[in-house]
Design a protein around this ligand. Structure first.
Ligand code: FES
Ligand SMILES: [Fe+2]
Length: 456
């Protein structure tokens, strides 16, 4: 049977080696993917280091829903929907800050940091049917954490976070263990930008090893000049790989590359790190993790990973993709510092981050330009197919769990689309929600059945 959902034949739109450009341009498909991907499965929301102390909060989104990530007075991280239970206004407008409570500016309903309704002005006009304990801010039904990464799911039922992350967990470990304390720090803040294109263009591009020597020719040449040698990455002999980890998670795997050791390559955009930095870093990692694990960590030098659907961990940064409309996307980029290394090493990471990914950087702005050109090009859909067949015949099962190929192959794009189709056609474990699941949603969210419908 064809995977048809909401009248859309997803099987006809996504083939093994090509996709119809309607998947980037159709508002009905966009609405369907917000419902089936972002409002059901696990979505990355933020990192614990963004809210280190009670009262610290950040505004976030899960799909279309505004969310407050806040550390409550007990030290627990809460994900609260940013919607007053009186008449629906957002109760928090600041992107980040520290609060003792959240007070809605419209009629003054005030909520505690754990979401409970603390009080309302002129309460005497309400009768006994007004049950304050049922009128707290709604909690995102499921919240889970992996090594400081906070994920939320708007579905009360579905697979556990560990199962969702699968093989991606090992890559997150490698990224986090670049810190001798096993912790990253996002406290420096973030930069945000929007582009006039579909959100999937960014996740495909983040895991695209074919484009760098073309789109980023200038920085590749500058880097080669500074290093005094050719980069082997973009040659036929390259040992860098594209890898499908399953579950929509994919990566560019540089672990076998010469020179990808110790401080991440990204830091070298401003010139190679000095020998003393290298030695200091290598020593700290070996002391903390031992010779064997230390060697793995240094060889990986972080990761280059997509955690489906909205988190890219790339060199020295986290990149979060928020879909706003079918042709509008917001990207938030967080440079990640390492706990337990010198300020000088963290400065090196920051400067490397700015050189490539900053708004005046030599890398990201070029990618963004390509997304907008693609979105314009998609309008010419007399011939609507987008071709993703590169490396089809040389894909290989690399170990028990993953499929790999040359760094310039389109394994990663094909894997993203395979998983996307599975979710969109309603075959994924979390993609179907039964009546009992709706009930569970209401209970978990603290919503009375007669008063609210779950997100669909
Ligand atoms: S809408 Fe929030 S207090 Fe009225
Ligand atoms: Fe790029």
């Amino acid at each position: 049977m064809k995977p048809r959902a909401n009248g859309i034949d997803y099987d006809a739109l996504v083939e093994t080696d090509r996709v119809h450009s309607r998947v980037y341009t159709d508002p009905a498909i966009f609405a369907d993917e917000i419902a089936k991907i972002f409002h059901r499965g696990w979505v990355f929301v933020g990192h614990g280091s963004e809210v280190p102390n009670p009262g610290d909060f950040r505004l976030k989104r899960i799909g279309a829903m505004p969310v407050i990530m806040v550390r409550d007075h007990a030290g627990k991280i809460q994900l609260l929907l940013n919607r007053c239970r009186h008449r629906g206004a957002t109760v928090c407008q600041d992107e980040r800050g520290t609060a003792r409570s959240f007070r809605c500016a419209y009629h003054g309903w005030t909520y505690k940091l754990d979401g409970a309704l603390a009080g309302v002005p002129y309460p005497e006009a309400y009768d006994e049917s007004f049950r304050r304990e049922e009128l707290g801010l709604v909690h995102v039904p499921r919240i889970a954490e992996y090594r400081g990464f906070i994920f939320g799911s708007l579905s009360a039922v579905g697979i556990q976070l560990d199962e969702h992350l699968g093989c991606a967990r090992e890559q997150i470990d490698l990224f986090v263990e670049m810190s001798p304390e096993g912790e990253i720090d996002l406290s420096p803040g973030a930069q945000k930008y929007n582009f006039a294109g579909n959100w999937k263009l960014q996740i495909e591009n983040g895991m695209d090893g074919y484009h760098p020597p073309v789109v980023h020719q200038s920085i590749v040449e500058a880097l080669e000049k500074r290093l005094g040698r050719k980069l082997e990455t973009y040659t036929g002999q390259s040992r860098a790989m594209t890898r499908d980890l399953g579950g929509g998670h994919v990566m560019l795997d540089y672990r076998q590359c010469q020179g990808n050791r110790s401080l991440n390559m990204t830091t070298t955009y401003n010139g190679p790190p000095s020998n003393s930095f290298q030695a200091e870093f290598v020593d700290a990692i070996r002391r903390r993790y031992g010779e064997r694990r230390g060697a793995e960590i240094l060889q990986a030098s972080g990761t280059h990973l997509l955690v489906f659907p909205n988190l890219i961990i790339l060199g020295v940064q986290l990149r979060v993709i928020n879909p706003l409309s079918v042709a509008g996307t917001e990207v938030t980029v967080y440079p990640a510092l390492l706990r337990g290394v010198s300020d000088a090493i963290n400065q090196l990471r920051l400067r490397g981050h700015e050189a490539f990914f900053g708004s005046g950087g030599m890398g990201s702005p070029d990618d963004t330009e390509m997304f907008e050109r693609m979105q314009i090009g998609f309008a010419a859909d007399v011939e609507p197919w987008v071709y993703l067949g590169r490396g089809m015949r040389t894909e290989r099962r690399d170990d028990d769990r993953t499929t790999a190929g040359h760094i310039m192959d389109e394994i990663t794009q094909r894997a993203i689309w395979r998983h996307w189709k599975k979710l969109m056609a309603g075959e994924g474990g979390a993609a179907k929600r039964s009546r009992s699941a709706r009930g569970a949603y209401r209970r978990a969210a603290g919503i009375e059945a007669q008063r609210a419908e779950p997100p669909t």
